[in-house]
Write a protein that binds this ligand. Structure first.
Ligand SMILES: *Cc1c(COP(=O)(O)O)cnc(C)c1O
Length: 335
């Protein structure tokens, strides 16, 4: 039996998530689009991070840990879902955020972190990488206090975390078979790269017909390609799968004003999908990936069908921003 099924794992996501046709969006774009609804994974308000956390928390419990330390920005979907997964499994959640506490009431994910009762630490440094250092420091302090902390890097982007999306590839291939679909592409937003890495490793393992198309929302595309490649190899090694080389596709040019800052293109895509299909895209990730798909479909004919991963992030729809990209500074400061 493949190690995919024997690695320690806790059940957190309600799967399979729906694979739904998007007929009105397809008409608008001139290509058949299907939505893989990982905004409906059922942990908190849903999202892609639930899948990786099944393996990461499984490992934490197998190692006998009693608390979890991770971090990101105060509006991070990852941090909130990791804290929630910790609560679901009896671990105490500690979150490290860069920057300093903001003034005013907590909104979006920060409000949820408060409801979860996560212990929140600020680095006092606006540099995102300050989180990594303080995660180590908080874990060390907990260890000195006699606790058994489990440390997780930003985004949960490790070979083990990416295993969640290798498993999702299997789920998707069963759904595609059932629907009689052979898509040309699978589109998604790429941030810390673990999700795309799991999907790439899964597509290679299953010899899937589709190309995995990542849309970078934070890093230069070349850096994403390197990270996806390295993480995909880590997953393959972890699961004893043959290491199949292949191209990795990451599109650039869709970040807009910056990571975490809503873009006009993304906002337009969010409105389009809400108004054609009744599905909400988050402003930081899925909106920008859909914006890229819309732009691509309008530039020249796209051979479908294509599958688009709706990856979650609902809380950031309420993270103290105006409804358009004008007035979006609050989110920028928080991611
Ligand atoms: C984290 C996240 C992504 C990107 O996943 P990575 O594994 O970090 O690349 C996409 N969409 C949403 C909503 C996310 O929270």
């Amino acid at each position: 039996m493949n190690r995919l099924f024997t690695l320690p794992r806790v059940s957190l996501a309600t799967v399979p998530t729906p694979l739904q046709p998007a007929p009105r969006l397809s008409d608008t774009l001139g290509v058949e689009v299907w939505l893989k609804r990982d905004d409906l994974t059922g942990l908190g308000l849903g999202g892609n991070k639930a899948r990786g956390l099944e393996y990461l928390i499984g490992d934490a419990l197998a190692q006998g840990c009693d608390c979890l330390v991770t971090g990101a920005g105060p509006q991070s979907n990852w941090a909130m879902l990791a804290a929630l997964a910790a609560r679901r499994t009896g671990l105490d959640p500690h979150l490290v955020f860069y920057g300093s506490p903001g003034a005013g009431p907590a909104t979006g994910n920060l409000l949820l972190d408060e409801l979860i009762g996560a212990e929140v630490h600020y680095t006092g440094d606006s540099d995102r990488s300050s989180v990594d250092r303080v995660i180590d420091a908080v874990a060390e302090k907990l260890r000195v206090m006699g606790r058994r902390p489990y440390r997780l890097p930003r985004g949960g982007a490790t070979g083990l975390g990416a295993t969640g999306y290798l498993r999702a590839s299997l789920e998707l291939s069963e759904q595609l078979l059932g629907a009689g679909l052979s898509p040309s592409q699978l589109w998604l937003a790429t941030g810390s790269c673990g999700t795309q890495a799991g999907l790439v490793a899964g597509a290679r393992w299953l010899a899937a017909p589709y190309e995995v198309v990542g849309v970078s929302v934070s890093r230069p595309a070349a850096e994403c390609v390197r990270r996806v490649d390295s993480l995909a190899n880590d997953v393959a090694a972890l699961l004893d799968l043959p290491c199949v080389p292949g191209e990795i596709t990451v599109l650039s040019g869709h970040i807009g004003p910056g990571y975490g800052i809503p873009s006009d293109e993304g906002d337009a895509a969010t409105r389009l999908v809400a108004q054609t299909e009744g599905v909400f895209l988050d402003p930081v990730f899925a909106a920008k990936a859909m914006g890229a798909l819309v732009r691509r479909a309008r530039e020249k004919p796209l051979v479908g069908p294509v599958v688009f991963l709706v990856s979650g992030g609902a809380p950031t729809l309420f993270a103290g921003r105006a409804s358009t990209s004008r007035g979006a500074a609050a989110l920028e400061a928080a991611l």
